[in-house]
Write a protein that binds this ligand. Structure first.
Ligand code: CP
Ligand code: NVA
Length: 331
């Protein structure tokens, strides 16, 4: 187990953490996962209270924070996208100063990264990023724990991210892979590559860790020999519905299907942060089918349901890794 001291720190983006600290959080998550499976109590934060602010909807992240809080002996208070004063009647700075007087830690899911950074600046208690437009760092910890469980380690693993690589998931995976010495490939049309300044920052990190970063437009070239193919929705929360037409036309060639998985090789695993559009069992899936005649978007149902798909391992690991982040910063 790597020793780290993150007590009192925020968890806003992976760029703020060293490779050793990220590995330490993964070790702690593995340990807490083993304890939970063995029924060993781990109420490391007994008596504390935390606020969960969600300006966007959630299944996994909210449930992970609530279950993890209960396991650690804490009381969570959920603030939903509509029923608090945040943004409309009260600024983030004022909200932060109020919540900081009542709570030991605050989770925020919402829009700009500047909002979560402000919350941290003004609240005086640890703040955890539960997803912003720019970053989704707790998701990456869950993904990396899952990769470690399936492949034994992270170093040198080739992860190909297909689709909209300039949003929270593409950005965060690139940062995480750079930090952990992995081989990251963003595969998309050029306009969906991550921001040039962030690529620059990651290249500097990669030169220290031995990570390789590539940006490739051709799906077959990009996925050759991949250990992991990762994708996410083509239209993210907060983006307008009108954008679907353009995204489908730009990104359909980047759909993860069986041909792509075969091209990567037999051992290649499929990953997705979820929720995923892989069939017609969602409202959006049905609407898109009626309008555009396609029955799957970023991933086909065949790949999603295949034995190489490890998406539900990732989903479970959201809880164990979020628990580790709270325990490390509060206990
Ligand atoms: N992956 C993820 O963040 O899922 P939710 O939107 O359900 O929280
Ligand atoms: N890019 C997606 C991730 C969801 C977990 C979104 O922001 O909606």
């Amino acid at each position: 187990m790597i020793h780290m001291n993150l007590k009192g720190k925020n968890f806003l983006k992976l760029l703020d953490f060293s490779s050793e600290e990220i590995a330490g959080l993964l070790d702690l998550a593995s340990d807490l996962k083993a304890k939970k499976k063995a029924g060993i109590p781990h109420k490391m934060c007994e008596g504390k209270n935390i606020a969960l602010i969600f300006e966007k909807t959630s299944t996994r992240t909210r449930c992970s924070f609530e279950v993890a809080a209960a396991d650690l002996g804490m009381h969570p208070v959920y603030l939903d996208p509509k029923s608090s004063q945040i943004g409309k009647k009260e600024s983030i700075a004022d909200t932060a100063r109020v919540l900081g007087r009542m709570f030991d830690g605050i989770e925020y899911r919402g829009f700009g990264q500047d909002i979560v950074e402000d919350l941290a600046k003004y609240s005086g208690v640890p703040v955890w990023n539960g997803l912003t437009n720019e970053f989704h760092p707790t998701q990456i910890l869950a993904d990396f724990l899952t990769i470690r469980e399936h492949f034994g380690s992270l170093n040198g693993i080739k992860l190909v991210y297909m689709g909209d690589a300039r949003y929270n998931m593409g950005n965060s995976l690139m940062v995480g892979c750079a930090k952990m010495g992995m081989h990251f490939v963003a595969c998309a049309p050029k306009k969906y590559f991550p921001d040039a300044a962030l690529i620059d920052t990651c290249r500097k990190i990669a030169s220290q860790t031995g990570s390789v970063l590539e940006f490739i437009e051709d799906p077959m070239e990009a996925t050759k020999g991949a250990d992991l193919i990762y994708t996410d929705v083509w239209v993210s929360m907060g983006e307008p519905d009108e954008i679907w037409k353009e995204r489908i036309s730009d990104l359909l060639p980047y759909q993860v299907n069986s041909d792509l998985m075969k091209n990567a090789g037999e051992g290649c695993k499929f990953m997705h942060c979820l929720p995923a559009y892989h069939d017609l069992n969602t409202e959006t899936g049905k609407t898109i089918f009626e309008k555009f005649g396609i029955d799957a978007l970023e991933v086909t149902d065949e790949v999603f349901e295949s034995k190489n798909s490890i998406v539900f391992d990732e989903a479970e690991n959201r809880m164990h890794t979020i628990k580790a982040v709270m325990a490390a910063t509060l206990a």
